[in-house]
Design a protein around this ligand. Structure first.
Ligand code: UDX
Length: 461
């Protein structure tokens, strides 16, 4: 039977889940504190760039299965199931900040009109679902399993493929404690049951840790291949042939073995830090993950340094075209994007930057000058200097060719498809210099060299 669902938080996870759950036939109300976000969504316009999201959003609003509101209290009171998808940003010490989650738990307790299942979608450290359960029990006076149930249902969607991932997940992980909650969740995900999606039923703590283990493992795989790429480069080997051959071993799998400027985004940097902090808290050695975090930071610095070297040791007074600002293709998200550090370094060294990204320019503007919650951790002195340099020497361009106009060098930071097919004849006409640093290995090195460029990729000659 279709359920009446409240989704608290309309960020990436909350919005895609709201739309997806409505498309499964549930009646969904998305809740956000911000009235402007709620208005935009109710008018059928997504607040994030995500392929396919607009049509699913409009379709479900029109079918009256989906709407958005700022009224959390009434929405929770009317719901059978409350999905919690609020943010868990990292604090200074690496621990996830759980204040929003705890606030929602209190709000749920205050509006517990009858039995409800509380489902945590946000990525939360081990023990958080237990804590949510405790808060609701204490504040509502209800017993877990009777007055309400808590379920941990971590989300594995990738930005840029979020809609596709929601409808075709590799698995659905459900941490639960009682049969009633399980039946509710089977109802919610019936559509996925029917297409034989694997369901992993486990306890709350296991579900919480599955998410961290998966992301930390993928981050490790990327850092591994980046370091191997650096070694391949130093020794004259080819990382793509290495990665492909490694991937032929069924135990390894060819995925997530693509070298680049370091991973970014809203999940890997945050989740690796959180898992390391949890290890410290429990006195468990997480040295591997800590080294992955350091190795990834170094990869960003190595990338910026390599560009400077390719430009003869200093980019001062020169112009660099930066293609790609988002942390990966098909998203407008720039959180922890390697492009932030690369552009900051270029500005610091006195270069002029001509930057272009198909979707990420708006978000990049404040991030590169160290503003906003994900602004790159600059101290105030540095922030001022970068902001000053950006005002004078950072130009946002209308397309890739506009960015190349008068450039001494080009760096490709994000693997957008339009950059894969870059017209190098036109590039040569527009650029004053001939240096290309392809930090994502999207161009054909031979082709670039034939066109007269000094080409460098990552881990290949
Ligand atoms: C990731 C997880 O894949 C997803 O399951 C989780 O829910 C959230 O975090 P996302 O951050 O959207 O998703 O992006 P993903 O495609 O996984 O890429 C993460 C970062 O790793 C990007 O910066 C990407 O450029 C980089 N990456 C990925 C590589 O450098 N090499 C690779 O081979 C793969």
């Amino acid at each position: 039977m279709a359920k009446n669902i409240a989704v608290i938080g309309t960020g990436y996870v909350g919005l895609v889940s709201s739309v997806g759950l409505a498309d499964f036939g549930n009646i969904v109300t998305g809740v956000d504190l911000r009235a402007d976000i709620v208005d935009t969504l109710n008018s059928g316009r997504p607040t994030i760039y995500e392929i396919g999201l607009d049509s699913y959003l409009q379709r479900n609003i029109e079918a009256e299965r989906l709407h958005f509101t700022t009224n959390g209290d009434d929405t929770i009171a009317a719901a059978d199931i409350v999905f919690v998808a609020v943010g868990t940003p990292p604090k200074e010490d690496g621990h996830a900040d759980l204040s929003q989650i705890e606030g929602v738990a209190r709000q749920i307790a205050a509006n517990l009109t009858g039995y409800k299942v509380i489902v945590t979608k946000s990525t939360v450290p081990v023990g958080t679902n237990r804590r949510i359960q405790q808060i609701i029990a204490t504040e509502s006076g209800q017993t877990p399993g009777r007055g309400f149930s808590v379920v941990s249902n971590p989300e594995f969607l990738r930005e840029g493929k979020a809609v596709q991932d929601f409808f075709h997940p590799d698995r659905i992980v459900l941490g639960y404690e009682d049969e009633r909650a399980r039946e509710y969740m089977e109802d919610v995900y019936r559509a996925l049951y029917l297409i034989q999606t694997p369901f992993v039923w486990c306890n709350l703590e296991t579900a919480e840790l599955i998410k961290y283990a998966s992301n930390a493992f993928l981050a490790t795989k990327i850092t591994f291949i980046n370091q191997m790429a650096n070694l391949a480069e130093a020794t004259g080997a080819d990382i793509h042939t290495i990665a492909k051959s490694m991937g032929m071993d069924g135990r390894i799998s060819p995925k997530f073995l693509h070298p680049g400027p370091g991973y970014g985004g809203s999940c890997f940097p945050k989740d690796t830090k959180a898992v390391a902090a949890t290890g410290d808290e429990y006195g468990v050695d997480m040295s591997l993950i800590k080294e992955v975090i350091r190795g990834n930071d170094r990869q960003k610095t190595i990338t910026a340094g390599k560009l400077v070297k390719l430009m003869g040791g200093s980019p001062a007074g020169k112009t660099v075209a930066v293609l790609g600002l988002a942390f990966k293709a098909e998203t407008d998200d720039v959180r922890e994007s390697p492009a932030i550090e690369i552009v900051q370094e270029l500005l610091r060294e006195g270069a002029t930057v001509r930057a272009f990204d198909p979707e990420g320019i708006e978000n990049f503007r404040s991030a590169v000058i160290g503003e906003g919650p994900f602004g790159g951790g600059l101290n105030s002195d540095l922030r001022e200097k970068i902001a000053e340099a950006a005002a004078e020497r950072l130009h946002y361009c209308t397309d890739e060719f506009n960015a190349l106009d008068g450039a001494d060098a080009l760096i490709i930071v994000t693997e957008w498809n339009v950059f894969r097919n870059l017209d190098l004849d036109r590039a040569a006409l527009l650029m004053t210099g001939r240096v290309i640093f392809d930090a994502r290995n999207v161009l054909d090195p031979e082709h670039a060299r034939e066109k007269g460029f000094t080409y460098a990729g990552v881990g290949r000659v």
